[in-house]
Design a protein around this ligand. Structure first.
Ligand code: NCD
Length: 302
């Protein structure tokens, strides 16, 4: 049986808490001059990315190395996928080299779930289509906990292209298990009504000012043009109605934090002065990506 990490939806709250606690334990290591542990010595992690990635791929690589494992990365464009090899054949080829885990990102929702039924190797989902991005939700939760000390009872506004966001879906699943009040906000075409039903504590809002009112956390999302087939909003118009600007922060709680999974598009969904402000924890999220992925790889491989 494949014991990887495919999504947040199927996890119980205590399982999530174990990973978040372990990630906290790994945080100080990132500041030490000798950052390498021996825990996963002799293990091999293959990172297979069929879609673009900066943060996720590099932090999985660093996380594996900091635990003493070997890690190799391949991208679709540099592999035989570009020669017409099928997904199953590519994965079987990699599995024949006996890696201990495969971290994969794919444009099709459900791709890692499908492969995990055929492969004995544990698979970690690093983002599948518009479906889930479990390690992003875990690092986001770690970042909120670092700043707020709790999740229960917080009000979190998730704003932007919700329809195409696996980050939003994984965060909704995670935060709702911890009693968070979740407000999803975006233009009607990017805010599917059925999302109000996927977990308890979720409400929908089209007005950004109402979404932000009294928020403890504002999580901004990129407009994911690569997944949109309909005509999209002109940049200026989108920013006018759904871009986060300094004036909005006054509506939120005084100690509000601003998050974004990256990559950010300045002047599209977030202004530069907000992205670079004291309220922004965007780079803390990146930093926590390593500790959280160490906790996940350790859990799966040890
Ligand atoms: C996100 C993704 O790929 O889903 N990025 C990330 O992993 N940090 C969000 C995005 O691409 O907008």
């Amino acid at each position: 049986m494949n014991q990887g990490l495919l999504g947040i939806q199927g996890l119980e709250r205590p399982e999530i808490e174990v990973i978040l606690d372990r990630a906290k334990y790994f945080q100080p290591l990132q500041n030490e001059s000798f950052k390498r542990l021996d825990t996963l010595r002799g293990k091999m992690v293959v990172n297979l990315f069929f879609e673009a990635s900066t943060r996720t791929r590099i932090s999985f690589e660093i996380a594996a190395k900091r635990l003493g494992a070997d890690s190799v990365s391949i991208t679709a464009s540099g592999s035989s996928v570009s020669k017409g090899e099928s997904l199953v054949d590519t994965l079987n080829t990699l599995a024949a080299m006996r890696p201990d885990a495969i971290v994969m990102r794919h444009g099709a929702s459900g791709a890692p779930h499908f492969l995990s039924r055929y492969l004995p190797t544990p698979i970690v989902n690093a983002g599948d289509g518009t479906h889930e991005h479990p390690t992003q939700a875990l690092l986001d939760a770690r970042t909120i906990l670092d700043r707020r000390g709790r999740l229960d009872g917080l009000r979190v506004a998730i704003i932007g292209d919700i329809a195409h966001s696996r980050v939003a879906r994984s965060n909704i699943h995670l935060l709702s298990k911890f009693g968070v009040e979740i407000v999803l906000c975006g233009p009607p075409s990017l805010l599917p009504r059925e999302l109000a039903e996927i977990a308890p504590g979720v409400t929908l809002e089209h007005n950004i000012r109402e979404a932000i009112r009294d928020a403890d956390v504002i999580m901004m999302l990129r407009v994911q043009l690569e997944r949109q087939h309909e005509t999209s909003y002109p940049v200026g118009e989108y920013f006018r109605f759904y871009g986060l600007r300094l004036e909005h922060l006054e509506l939120a709680r005084p100690d509000v934090i601003v998050m974004h999974p990256g990559p950010i598009n300045r002047g599209r969904e977030i202004s530069s002065d907000v992205a670079d402000s004291q309220r922004s924890v965007i780079l803390n999220q990146v930093e926590n990506g390593i500790s959280v992925r160490m906790a996940v790889l350790e859990k799966i491989l040890q």
